[in-house]
Unconditional design. Structure first.
Length: 270
């Protein structure tokens, strides 16, 4: 398949309209505004065959793949492309769609991580009321944002872990999206990245320095995330957590977050 950059929004909308049919299997969920931004920034490419369409969203580390599949017997020649990641969404109470996974495994992808989505409402969440020796505040300058994002990027898989590029640091600072946890002596302990989307507070990244784990730092960060997002008792929160991270899953359950019955399996091609 030939991979081409997309420079016109109308072109990609026409392709999506052509390949997105009633029975199409797809992992595409972008709103038009986000799609337009990617096109304008030169970060979107496409490849298509007679039956299937792929979109490639360029990241600082590799590319995220969105697909529109109409024929699972059609093999795709991705050539020597590498550092690709895709997410397959499925209902948690059902099994992973094995036919789709097997299709991508034949194209050179391998299974990576399963993530589960959790939600919470302020009135139902349990706050600890502070952790001794841990202080959480907004990042105050770019050096603190850089420290936080380097921790995120070093903790999570660079392909499927939503790598935070340096070009976003200033926006994270001015948008008040990074919480920093420090000891009473000022030692950096961990950080949390939050976003707001249509009145919902999203926990996007959270990481604790290895030497500070087991001291309640994660709990302190999550408590502050909840408080900073509160507008009233009905304020809503969302997050994704790796199913394999048993300690994190246990903490979110204890806080009162509940599964939404949505999960994703990430597939990678290195």
């Amino acid at each position: 398949m030939k991979i081409d950059k997309v420079y016109l929004l109308d072109k990609i909308k026409e392709l999506i309209g052509r390949y997105y049919r009633r029975d199409t299997i797809s992992n595409f969920y972008m709103r038009e505004q986000e799609l337009e931004s990617l096109v304008n920034d030169g970060l979107l490419a496409e490849a298509h065959s007679s039956e299937n369409l792929l979109l490639f969203m360029e990241k600082e580390k590799g590319a995220r793949v969105y697909f529109f599949l109409n024929n699972l017997s059609e093999e795709l020649d991705l050539g020597n492309t590498h550092n690709l990641v895709m997410e397959i969404l499925f209902k948690s109470d059902l099994s992973v769609p094995d036919d789709v996974v097997r299709y991508w495994e034949r194209q050179g992808f391998s299974r990576n991580l399963v993530r589960d989505q959790y939600s919470g409402v302020y009135r139902d969440l349990v706050l600890r009321g502070g952790v001794k020796g841990v202080n959480v505040e907004w990042a105050v300058d770019l050096s603190e944002v850089r420290c936080a994002c380097e921790l995120f990027n070093g903790t999570f898989d660079e392909l499927s872990g939503d790598y935070v590029p340096s070009g976003e640091f200033e926006g994270l600072l001015h948008g008040k999206q990074i919480l920093i946890a420090r000891s009473n002596e000022g030692t950096f302990l961990g950080a949390l990245h939050l976003t707001r989307d249509r009145s919902v507070s999203w926990l996007s990244h959270i990481a604790v320095c290895p030497e500070a784990r087991g001291r309640g730092v994660g709990t302190a960060l999550v408590d502050e995330f909840i408080e900073r997002g509160k507008e009233n008792d009905r304020s809503r929160y969302m997050l994704w957590v790796q199913r394999q991270n048993v300690a994190a899953v246990r903490m979110y359950h204890a806080k009162g977050f509940v599964p939404t019955n949505k999960s994703t399996l990430s597939l990678i091609k290195k």
